[in-house]
Design a protein around this ligand. Structure first.
Ligand code: SF4
Length: 392
């Protein structure tokens, strides 16, 4: 019998001071967000999900408040959401409770209040520590403000901090990227996320890039940045526990790791998504249901305030599709897929399920397959997306 996976909660705060041109998150510029209404809508929605049969009676193992820009939110909203999560779902004693912060919206008193409300991990979106790059990215903060935000977070009592960085910007060489990385390492955060810039469809960046293409790094240059990042972070004591995520010992982001482990999660807020396993009579995962919410904040508020439901779309994944998605996500972890856990959950061995798709990658030395796990080799890291996509 497989017991339910840990249950996680994602809370989306969709408001931003300015919409960065590369951003494809569900973020909206609003000068005066309707915070009270948004808070009530979130709590209504949370209560709805907490009462539903698949989540009822399951305590939350992690909470992640993301955006948008959660650090714009009044502390009383964050406290109200965490209190509601405790009341309606229950929160495990050792739960990781993360929140994202934009260095351009930092307020020392707010940081202290978030910490007092129960937030115990902060993820600061610094993106770069180079003034020209920050301007190109349309960030609302300087590199000095990014460093200052980090210091204020420490003073507020946060002992678990992530810094988000981005590389692969137009015209950026390896030598131009490394100073930002090294300055971030020198701050001694517990965690670093380093993502390559991608031109996402339907962004302002995609539109301008289509008209007048930017000189983005070619594949070889981008790979050089990727591997040098891993090398430097490894030398600085960080463990690359996921393709783009690095942590000091024991400081992996448990919430994001839960996504890669394909745990169930409730998502509340405009544009948030959630999922849960469907179980058959043997209590084996037999497909998945997932949903995503109405994206426009005002429409979300109006709908969620009525009866707590704000779903825009949902879909059911067949067992093989769900297993493929779990495989695809799990391959991002350095430990890869745990074969016995996978079999226990989906009723089928991962290699048996996908050997036809994976054999060429194994043959080429991109995949390591042993009796316990299936994982990417060093060579396979560069092909991670293609390998994972081959099973979908
Ligand atoms: S601050 Fe973050 S969420 Fe907001 S627009 Fe910029 S990248 Fe998107």
């Amino acid at each position: 019998m497989s017991s339910p996976s840990p249950l996680q909660l994602y809370v989306h705060i969709p408001f931003c001071v300015h919409k960065c041109h590369y951003c494809d998150f569900n973020s909206h510029e609003r000068s005066q967000p309707a915070w009270d209404d948004y808070q009530h809508a979130l709590i209504n929605e949370l209560k709805h999900w907490a009462d539903s049969p698949m989540f009822s009676g399951r305590k939350l193992s992690t909470i992640f408040i993301g955006g948008g820009t959660p650090s714009l939110a009044p502390p009383k909203l964050i406290k109200a959401i965490l209190d509601a999560a405790s009341t309606y779902c229950g929160i495990e004693n050792d739960a990781e409770i993360s929140m994202e912060a934009n260095p351009g919206t930092v307020d020392a008193d707010h940081f202290k209040a978030y910490r007092q409300a129960g937030v115990n991990r902060l993820s600061i979106g610094i993106q770069s520590l180079d003034a020209t790059e920050l301007r190109w990215l349309e960030r609302i903060h300087s590199s000095e403000e990014a460093v200052q935000a980090y210091r204020i977070a420490r003073q507020a009592g946060f002992d678990n901090i992530n810094l988000d960085l981005m590389y692969g910007l137009p015209g950026q060489s390896l030598n131009a990227w490394l100073p930002s990385l090294q300055k971030a390492i020198a701050l001694k955060p517990e965690h670093l996320s380093c993502y390559q810039l991608t031109v996402e469809p339907h962004t302002k960046l995609a539109a301008t890039h289509a008209l007048n293409p930017y000189a983005l790094p070619n594949d070889d240059d981008a790979l050089a940045m990727f591997f040098e990042t891993r090398k430097q972070l490894s030398e600085a004591g960080f463990n690359a526990y996921e393709i783009s995520n690095f942590s000091q010992t024991g400081r992996q982001c448990q919430h994001n790791d839960g996504y890669w482990l394909y745990h169930d999660y409730i998502g509340i807020g405009a544009g948030a998504a959630g999922k849960w396993d469907i179980k058959n009579e043997e209590n084996t995962a037999f497909g998945v249901i997932r949903y995503s919410n109405i994206r426009t904040p005002e429409h979300y508020i109006k709908t969620a305030l009525q009866d707590g439901k704000a779903i825009n779309s949902s879909e059911t994944l067949e067992p093989k599709q769900a297993a493929a998605e779990a495989f695809w996500l799990g391959l991002r972890r350095s430990n890869g897929i745990n074969r016995s856990a996978f079999k226990h959950r989906f009723g089928i061995d991962a290699w048996q399920a996908f050997s036809a798709e994976l054999k060429p990658w194994k043959h080429d030395g991109q995949l390591i397959i042993d009796p316990h796990s299936i994982r990417l080799s060093h060579k396979g890291l560069a092909m991670a997306d293609a390998i994972a996509a081959s099973v979908l």
